[in-house]
Design a binder for this molecule. Structure first.
Ligand code: NDP
Length: 402
């Protein structure tokens, strides 16, 4: 039995559905559940047309409601749930998994709706429950977090005796032609990038003002881009699992126009995550903003350019000699669109989640408990990446610029 239930029919859900259809010998039955059934239907219709041998069942669900999840899990009986809805639903879905004996995978850590924290503590607290139930929970299996964690684990396994400095560099050198849009769920994205910067150095977290630290970095096949240190959730699990790290940072590229929009959004209160009274009803400004911004899942059509995401690492090689290492993937938006109808941010995330699911179904990434992806063997994941559409490259002993 290898039934899989995908929750969330957005940009990432679209890519996961395509990848499952391309690997239908591994997944015996597929169901896509989401809040808005019509969006799930668009995806299942597209899959039905493109991949004749794969049929995706669809169902409407509110994944904030434990009882609805339990009813669905008991009737469909999935072996694995791929959660690509929103981080707010992670704990409810994990509770339903425990109640029904279902394994779990997601791409982003739990967030309380009224606090932007980006911490793993709530999900790590499920360790004993999953262990006792003999179930696997794979956390943060998108691209970053996800593939970047695997890149780091692969570097440690094959190339380093000790890693000391890790810089995850995330560049989107794409142009979608819109004045302002986010590349994944805008509510989560704006929460993430308007918070204070934070990085790990000498055993403690250093907090900065948002976008305070920045410099120009050179990206393969793209060139120089202004890059900003922001906090990103994989730093928390990576410094825990690789304690030799003296410093770990995350860099993301932003254009001036994007930052100007962001500043205005924040200054006028539209990034607020608490509720305000509007015409007698309570609304959350950032949720209203999401409703009027372009749908990230639909940006692909006119998107040009590419993403480049990777890990730049310094440390000692297996013989104790100083070494630099850069492992990365570049992904062209037009290629992602041609294959799945989405852009590369959805594509790289969905492909990574699907690889995690494939490895779970093959019993390779499967052990009782709650795990970040760097706690599994990186090799089978690295082997799958190019097969599933994401080629990766390594550069040794060049100036890392960071
Ligand atoms: P979208 O907003 O495009 O899609 C989210 C989907 O979840 C929508 O279909 C939405 O339904 C559905 N959903 C929301 N709330 C519920 C609910 N209560 N019950 C059921 N379904 C619900 O987001 P993305 O596809 O861009 O992102 C999906 C996830 O992937 C997010 O958690 C995001 O943080 C994560 N991500 C991770 C990355 C990584 O590299 N690790 C990178 C990019 C994204 P509706 O259509 O009704 O809105």
């Amino acid at each position: 039995m290898s039934k899989v239930l995908v929750i969330g029919a957005g940009g990432v859900g679209t890519v996961v559905a395509h990848k499952i259809a391309q690997n239908c010998e591994i997944f015996s039955e597929v169901m896509l559940a989401s809040r808005t059934l019509s969006k799930a239907k668009v995806i299942s219709d597209a899959i039905g047309t493109k991949y004749k041998s794969c049929k995706i069942q669809i169902v409407q669900i509110d994944a904030n409601k434990l009882s609805e999840l339990i009813t669905l899990f008991r009737s469909f009986k999935p072996e694995l749930v791929i959660n690509v809805a929103l981080p707010y639903q992670n704990l409810t879905i994990m509770d339903a998994c425990i109640a029904c004996g279902v394994n779990y995978l997601d791409t982003a850590n739990y967030e309380p709706e009224n606090e932007a924290k980006f911490e793993y503590k709530w999900q790590w607290a499920y360790q004993d429950k999953f262990k006792q139930a003999g179930l696997t929970a794979i956390l943060g299996c998108g691209f970053d977090p996800g593939t970047t964690n695997v890149f780091t684990a692969y570097a440690v396994k094959h190339h380093f005796g000790e890693i000391h400095y890790l810089d995850i560099v995330d560049c989107n050198a794409g142009d979608h032609g819109k004045a302002f849009a986010t590349n994944f769920n805008s509510e989560i994205n704006i929460r993430e990038i308007t918070q204070k910067g934070k990085y790990w150095e000498n055993g403690q977290w250093i907090v900065t003002e948002p976008h305070e630290i920045h410099k120009v970095l050179n990206y393969p096949n793209i060139g120089k881009k202004e890059s900003y240190v922001i906090y990103h959730e994989e730093l928390e699990s990576l410094v825990k699992h690789f304690p030799t790290l003296k410093r770990a940072r995350f860099w993301m590229t932003f254009g001036q126009e994007y930052l100007t929009h962001l500043r205005v959004i924040k200054n006028i209160g539209m990034a607020r995550i608490d509720s305000v009274l509007y015409n007698g009803i309570e609304i959350v400004p950032i949720q209203f903003l999401k409703a009027v911004l372009p749908d990230p899942g639909l940006l692909g059509k006119d998107y040009t350019g590419e993403t480049s995401i990777g890990c730049r690492i310094r440390g000692l090689d297996k013989r104790g000699k100083g070494q630099t290492y850069y492992v990365y993937n570049n992904c062209r938006h037009q290629d992602s669109y041609k294959e799945t109808g989405t852009q590369s941010v959805s594509y790289t995330t969905g492909v990574s989640a699907s690889i995690g699911a494939i490895l779970f179904m093959k019993n390779i990434w499967s052990k009782p408990g709650v795990f970040n992806v760097e706690e599994f063997d990186p090799d089978p994941f690295m082997e799958q990446l190019p097969k599933q559409g994401l080629a990766w490259y390594e550069i040794f002993n060049e100036n890392l610029e960071v």
